[in-house]
Design a binder for this molecule. Structure first.
Ligand code: ATP
Ligand code: MG
Length: 224
C-alpha cells in the first residue's frame, strides 16, 4: 500500500490553555512495501502522526492518500473498515483487552473482520514471538515485554498491508529485541507490507529502507 501525506496538520485545541501543533504541514511518501523508521525527541509528534496514518484521529487539515484514495474524506464507518482490514497498529502502551486471554487478544482482529481463527498462523506467530506458552494467560499476568509481543502478534495476524508500530521494542531486552527486528524482516519477506516504526532505538534503522527524524512537526529524511 502506498501512503502519501499532503500538508498534514494536527492541532490540539485545549480551551483556555495554549494550542499544541503536534503535526505541522507534513508531506510524506511511503512507497508500497517500504520499511520506514521515524525517530525524534519525546513530544515531537511521532505518535500523533502515526495515529493520523492509522485513521485513529482526523487531521485538522491536509490529506492522507492510501493507494491514491483520500482516506481523510471518508466517513467514520468506512475508516473503521479500513482500520480493521488494512491496518495493523502496535500502540505505545499495547492496549490489550484485559478480560480476554492472550490467544483471544491475538485473534480479535480475525473476529472483527468475520474470519475464522487461523490456528496455524497463531501458533507460528506465537512461536516467533516466544509467547507460545502464554496463550491461555490474561494480559495482567504478563511482563511488559510479553504484553508488547502479544500486541505485535495481534497487529500481524491479519497480514495487513500497512503496519504501524509505536516503539515496538521499548520494553524488550536486547535478545528479544533482536528477535523482533528479525521478525519484522521475516514478515516483510513473507508478504511485503508497508511498515512505519516509531522508535528511539537506532538498532531498528538496520532494517529500514528510509529513516526520518521528526522536526518542527514533520518528518525530515535522514542520511545514514
Ligand atoms: N490528545 C491530546 N491532547 C492534547 N495534546 C496532545 C494530545 N496528544 C498529544 N498531544 C501533544 O502533542 C505533542 C506531540 O505528542 P506525541 O505523543 O505525538 O509525541 P511523541 O513524539 O510520540 O513523544 P514520545 O516520544 O514521548 O512518545 C505533545 O506536546 C503532546 O503533549
Ligand atoms: Mg509517542
Amino acid at each position: 500500500m502506498e501512503i502519501i501525506c499532503e500538508n498534514l496538520t494536527k492541532i490540539y485545541r485545549q480551551g483556555d490553555r495554549e494550542d499544541v501543533t503536534a503535526v505541522n504541514d507534513c508531506a510524506w511518501h511511503l512507497p508500497t512495501g517500504s520499511i520506514t523508521v521515524l525517530l525524534g525527541v519525546s513530544g515531537s509528534g511521532k505518535s500523533t502522526l502515526l495515529r493520523l496514518l492509522g485513521l485513529q484521529e482526523q487531521p485538522t487539515s491536509g490529506r492522507i492518500l492510501f493507494d491514491g484514495e483520500d482516506v481523510t474524506a471518508l466517513d467514520e464507518s468506512a475508516r473503521a473498515r479500513l482500520r480493521a482490514h488494512r491496518i495493523g497498529f502496535i500502540h505505545q502502551n499495547y492496549r490489550l483487552i484485559p478480560m480476554l486471554s492472550v490467544e483471544e487478544n491475538i485473534l480479535l482482529p480475525r473476529r472483527i473482520i468475520g474470519q475464522r481463527c487461523d490456528e496455524e498462523e497463531l501458533k507460528k506467530l506465537a512461536a516467533l514471538l516466544h509467547i507460545e506458552n502464554k496463550l491461555a494467560n490474561f494480559p495482567a499476568s504478563l511482563s511488559g515485554g510479553q504484553q508488547q509481543r502479544v500486541a505485535i502478534a495481534r497487529a500481524l495476524i491479519n497480514h495487513p498491508p500497512l503496519i504501524l508500530a509505536d516503539e515496538p521494542t521499548g520494553n524488550l531486552d536486547s535478545g528479544t529485541k533482536q528477535d523482533m527486528i528479525e521478525l519484522f524482516s521475516k514478515v516483510h519477506q513473507l508478504y511485503s507490507p508497508t511498515v512505519v516504526i516509531v522508535t528511539h532505538d537506532h538498532a531498528l534503522t538496520a532494517i529500514a529502507d528510509q529513516v526520518y527524524q521528526m522536526e518542527n512537526g514533520h518528518p525530515i529524511l535522514r542520511t545514514r
